[in-house]
Design a protein around this ligand. Structure first.
Ligand code: NAD
Ligand code: LMR
Length: 328
């Protein structure tokens, strides 16, 4: 077992995703069952007491891998030496809102946190932004961290990816493990494009196993609007499934993706697939040696191109909006 614990910072630790996430991190599911962790919990001052309560519960689990918990309202303390930073703390949307409606309220959180990561985190820091609108919040954080490689800033589309796997598995009545090469392209928003033209089920292209009307009128909107459907049903946005996706994202980032498969993550574009450089957009990605790599060489037909372009256009507009707000 490695001696030195990995420092994992979680913002919004007293929120609903935080509550679903922290116990799984402390039990070894984020990085691996033999890797000790030290938790740093960042909250706003009013919520520090609630985070302390969660920390008491973490203590009460006597997790063998948990080597310490520090709770603070100061980003400079929270990110000091951080190896993994999970930026969850932000307002969730309410019914009837799009995630980008949160930009003005939440965008301001991510500049100072990006700067604190830049100034205090460990050299190998890896950042996952969960707080919405996640892609553009990651863009903001990254723009305040010029000394951290751009490849270390990511945003979460793994929940969308998992939703797509689950919807398709149900439709075809197969286990989710039969599905490979699912992709979410673009923004974690209702313009996202879940792609069945490269996904495979038992070696066959998924789009050829379903009828086009289902793909177009049921599958894509169900995946893209699942967050809103959950808010309608629960009266609160997804929490346990979001925490689960964050675990999946970081686990694969650290431990690698399976051979012959890929996953989806929003990463800083290098211009691949016509996505302008610098935007944080979701791609098909593999992970090897702790770095995400975009799967190259996929043929994109007109149907997919139109949908990828629409989502990327929204990311461009969000970047313009945060520029206008002076956040980047
Ligand atoms: P929540 O309201 O339950 O918790 C948010 C927590 O963040 C609160 O405890 C709040 O005090 C804290 N917080 C606010 N500002 C902060 C700051 N500057 N620093 C540290 N902490 C701060 O919300 P939640 O349900 O846990 O959701 C959190 C965010 O995650 C929301 O923006 C939500 O929309 C988003 N989300 C994203 C995905 C995704 O797939 N990317 C999925 C689900 C939810
Ligand atoms: C989700 O996809 O469930 C989250 O982004 C919450 C939301 O606002 O939809």
């Amino acid at each position: 077992m490695p001696e030195t614990p990995v420092k994992v910072t979680v913002t919004g630790a007293a929120g609903q995703i935080g509550y679903a996430l922290l116990f799984r991190i402390a039990s070894g599911q984020l990085l691996g069952s033999d890797i000790p962790v030290e938790l740093r919990l960042l909250e706003i001052p009013q919520a520090v007491k609630a985070a302390e309560g969660t920390a008491m519960e973490l203590d009460d689990c006597a997790f063998p891998l948990l080597r310490g918990i520090e709770i603070t309202d100061d980003p400079n303390v929270a990110f000091d030496g951080a190896n993994v930073a999970l930026l969850v703390g932000a307002l969730p949307r309410k019914a009837g809102m799009e995630r980008k409606d949160l930009l003005e309220a939440n965008g301001g959180i991510f500049g100072p946190q990006g700067k604190a990561i830049n100034d205090h985190a460990a050299d190998d820091v890896r950042v996952l932004v969960v707080g919405n609108p996640a892609n553009t919040n990651a863009l903001i954080a990254r723009s305040h961290a010029p000394d951290v490689p751009a490849s270390r800033f990511t945003a979460m589309t793994r929940l969308d990816h998992n939703r797509a796997l689950s919807q398709l598995a149900k439709k075809l009545d197969v286990p989710v493990t039969d599905i490979k090469k699912m992709t979410i392209w673009g923004n974690h928003s209702s313009t996202q494009y879940p792609d069945l033209f490269h996904a495979e089920v038992g070696g066959k292209i998924a789009a050829e196993l379903v009828d086009e009307t289902w793909l177009r009128e049921t599958f894509i909107p169900t995946v893209a609007q699942r967050g809103a459907a959950i808010i309608q049903a629960r009266g609160a946005s997804s929490a346990a499934s979001a925490a689960n996706a964050a675990i999946d994202h970081v686990y694969d980032w650290y431990n690698g993706t399976a051979a012959g498969d890929w996953t989806s993550a929003a990463i800083v574009s290098d211009g691949s697939y016509g996505v302008p450089e610098g935007l944080v957009s979701s791609f098909p990605v593999t992970s090897r040696g702790g770095d995400w790599e975009i799967v190259q060489g996929l043929e994109i037909d007109a149907f997919s191109r139109e949908r990828i372009d629409a989502s990327v256009q929204e990311l461009i507009e969000e970047r313009e909006a945060v520029r206008a707000l002076g956040l980047i």
